[in-house]
Design a protein around this ligand. Structure first.
Ligand SMILES: Nc1nc2c(ncn2[C@@H]2O[C@H](COP(=O)(O)OP(=O)(O)OP(=O)(O)O)[C@@H](O)[C@H]2O)c(=O)[nH]1
Ligand SMILES: [Mg+2]
Length: 230
């Protein structure tokens, strides 16, 4: 019981600590969005100097829905009711200033080992070698404990020292009393440090959109001249 309260307090502290500064940042204005192309791997990604932020998470977690709502473009990224449909990387150019990338969903139960291994190789290569990559929006479903592959992804992000924002999706499906417990569970299970940006999100209600746009703007700006050419 004491431990639960402590974990809940930790999650609450994280939210208070990070949601507020994120909220205070002026929101990024989405002026132009263009679908660029699909890519099968790092070698196939668009060339050029635009910085990019990737959206990652298990199949059906809500990646495409988040991209659509974040960018305010209904139906831009395909929203599927059949998990596992997004098998490749999809590039979107925003404001002619950066790319957002819809990464292939993982953890789809019926995927054979060979496909899983190919996904692992491709993701590690992309996270390690994609020079333009300056941040990742890592999604986990607020209703479930993080999966083995969620753990793997977060470990890779820390190992590669990539800036990332952890986003808990489908918050609208939780009752008020369940919210804190769900957030505590994620923070605890993934062993997130106190400074970890974390945004509770709902594509249905718009919760978290401004905060995530704030983080995105910050991530792009931080990439600055090294990647984006100013
Ligand atoms: N209630 C609720 N449903 C959501 C939310 N986000 C996504 N969904 C639903 O979850 C399902 C999967 O959403 P997608 O956006 O296609 O998920 P995805 O991660 O892109 O899935 P893959 O491309 O298959 O990996 C759809 O039925 C969405 O309508 C949300 O915030 N709230
Ligand atoms: Mg998708």
């Amino acid at each position: 019981m004491v431990a639960c309260v402590k974990i809940a307090a930790t999650a609450a502290a994280i939210l208070v600590r990070f949601a507020r500064p994120l909220e205070r940042r002026a929101a990024l204005k989405i002026e132009a969005v263009e679908y660029v192309r699909a890519a099968a791997g790092t070698a196939d990604c668009p060339r050029g100097v635009l910085p990019e932020v990737a959206v990652s998470g298990r199949s059906n977690v809500g990646k495409s829905s988040l991209l659509n709502t974040l960018l305010g473009r209904k139906g831009l990224a395909r929203v599927s009711k059949t998990p596992g449909k997004t098998q490749i990387l999809h590039f979107f150019r925003v404001n002619d200033a950066f790319h957002l990338v819809d990464l292939p969903g993982y953890g789809y139960a019926r995927v054979p080992q060979k496909v899983l291994q190919a996904w692992r190789r491709m993701m590690q290569d992309y996270l390690r070698n994609r020079q333009q990559l300056c941040g990742v929006i890592q999604l986990v479903d607020a209703r479930h404990p993080p999966s083995r592959q969620d753990h793997e992804m977060v470990e890779w992000l820390f190992a590669e020292k990539l800036a990332f924002c952890l986003v808990t999706t489908k918050m609208d499906k939780l009752r008020r009393a369940e919210r804190r417990r769900a957030l505590s569970q994620v923070v605890h299970a993934l062993d997130l440090p106190p400074e970890q940006p974390l945004v509770p999100y709902s594509s249905r209600t718009g919760e978290g959109r401004n905060e995530l746009l704030g983080w995105l703007m910050h991530a792009i700006a931080a990439a600055g001249p090294q990647i984006g050419g100013g």
